[in-house]
Write a protein that binds this ligand. Structure first.
Ligand code: FES
Length: 84
């Protein structure tokens, strides 16, 4: 089994082949993925791409972490990261 890693908010998150971004983050102990418009924490919930609770920015593009396969060298950030 090959183990690789991607970046999350300055951390290096390892993942296994076939694992999603959300799965790798949870395995690494990252449960809070961001905050909604009311400031409530957003977390992995449905796991099938339906609820939008796991939206993150992957290489600058908004995606559902629960259905996006992890790839080496990708950069994953919360939605709150500003791009000025
Ligand atoms: S956890 Fe529901 S869309 Fe990802």
């Amino acid at each position: 089994m090959t183990s690789r890693a991607f970046g999350w908010m300055g951390q290096c998150i390892p993942f296994r082949d076939g694992e999603t971004v959300a799965s790798a983050l949870e395995t690494a102990g990252v449960y809070t993925l961001g905050a909604d418009a009311l400031g409530q924490e957003t977390r992995y919930f449905c796991g099938i791409g339906a609820c939008q609770c796991c939206l993150v920015r992957i290489d600058g593009v908004v995606r559902e972490a629960c259905i996006t396969p992890a790839r080496s060298e990708m950069t994953v950030e919360t939605m709150e990261v500003r791009r000025d």
